[in-house]
Design a protein around this ligand. Structure first.
Ligand code: SF4
Length: 248
């Protein structure tokens, strides 16, 4: 076998592995990669209601500068005691003009170490889900309700959420996504203000300030239950609804 044949075989093997993963996720079709326009057309009529009612109206450059200032504020924040135990704050990652936003709970150990959201095992799974939807990580925005890792990855406390969540709200206000996917109970409870179980909430769009919100299970839950195909299938069903709404 020559070098080219070896390379082709390797690529085919990678593709086979990825397709098998999608199959295990319950993906029953593949979609063309989503092509996002370089610049999203401004259409006030279709925009969701603004979070604060004071949306920044400056030029593209001014908006970028405001976004950069927000990220810097998060990186330097010491509003709550979590700054003492973090390695670094994790503001979020992706396209701040994305149509689709994912919101999780808080950074974990890998995220705290790398300064990026969803990079551990659960993050790799989230990346596969995003790709299965026809997007890349760079095309969506991924953030958490709180920006610093709680010690031992414990669930964030209400006072920590209260101290930090204004950053997420500002991010949502600036991104103004067409759809938000909440990953797990903390993000879902925060944005939908509902204490109902994830099993009850997932699969149905809620709404946050005019933005459709699809709650689904946290990828870490999928990792913990990796043999449970039913849970993977439910997550994929939720994502199919999101894709349908984005195409409408
Ligand atoms: S968790 Fe949020 S409020 Fe607390 S220090 Fe980090 S960025 Fe600041």
């Amino acid at each position: 076998m020559n070098e080219k044949e070896k390379f082709d075989k390797l690529k085919l093997e990678e593709l086979r592995t990825q397709l098998e993963f999608f199959r295990q996720l319950g993906v029953d079709f593949l979609v063309e990669p989503h092509r996002q326009p370089a610049e999203r057309p401004i259409d006030n009529s279709s925009r969701p209601e603004l979070i604060s009612g004071e949306h920044f109206q400056g030029s593209e450059g001014d908006q970028q500068a405001e976004w950069d200032r927000l990220i810097q504020k998060i990186l330097n924040c010491r509003f709550c005691p979590l700054f003492k135990t973090r390695t670094q704050a994790v503001p979020g990652e992706g396209n701040w003009k994305a149509q689709l936003m994912f919101v999780g709970e808080a950074p974990g150990r890998d995220e705290d170490f790398q300064g990026r959201p969803f990079v551990g095992r659960a993050g790799q799974l989230l990346t596969k889900i995003i790709q299965s939807m026809g997007f890349s990580r760079e095309e969506v925005y991924i953030a958490n309700v709180i920006k610093c890792r709680p010690p031992e990855n414990r669930t964030p406390r209400p006072d920590e959420i209260k101290a930090c969540s204004h950053f997420l709200l500002k991010q949502i206000e600036m991104i103004r996504p067409r759809v938000i996917v909440t990953l797990g109970k903390v993000a879902t409870e925060f944005l939908l203000q509902s204490s109902r179980s994830m099993s009850e909430l997932r699969g149905h769009f809620g709404e946050f300030q005019g933005i459709p919100v699809m709650p689904t299970f946290h990828p870490a839950y999928l990792v913990r239950n990796e043999r449970n195909k039913q849970i993977r299938k439910m997550v994929w069903e939720d994502m199919k609804q999101v894709m349908k709404l984005l195409k409408s």
